[in-house]
Design a protein around this ligand. Structure first.
Ligand SMILES: [Zn+2]
Length: 100
């Protein structure tokens, strides 16, 4: 199972792909993803069995493209998203925005 970058069409094994996720946005239910190869930044929603790509619109996130990832699971936490696929586990933390 390889997961593509939608910008450069490089394909990644799940471990490489999910390690490139950062900053879980719980409000919009999104993670940021930065392509290790081309540096393209995408927002995506991790869903059971698939990844959803789209655009923020009026405070929501509308999924327009889906990439099927059979067996993909997610669990939402207060300040993180836990992703699992087969034996793999990845934790995407929420970046804390501090008001100083
Ligand atoms: Zn790329």
């Amino acid at each position: 199972m390889l997961i593509p970058c939608l910008a450069c069409e490089s394909r990644f094994v799940p471990d490489e792909y999910f390690r490139a996720c950062s900053d879980y946005n719980r409000g919009l239910d999104l993670v940021s993803w930065t392509c290790p190869r081309c540096g393209n930044r995408d927002d995506l929603r991790v869903l059971p069995g698939e990844l959803g790509f789209g655009y923020p619109y009026r405070g929501r996130f509308d999924v327009h493209d889906r990439v099927r990832v059979p067996g993909l699971r997610r669990k939402r936490g207060d300040l993180r998203l836990d992703i699992s696929l087969d034996a793999g586990r990845w934790r995407v933390p929420t970046r804390i925005r501090q008001l100083v």
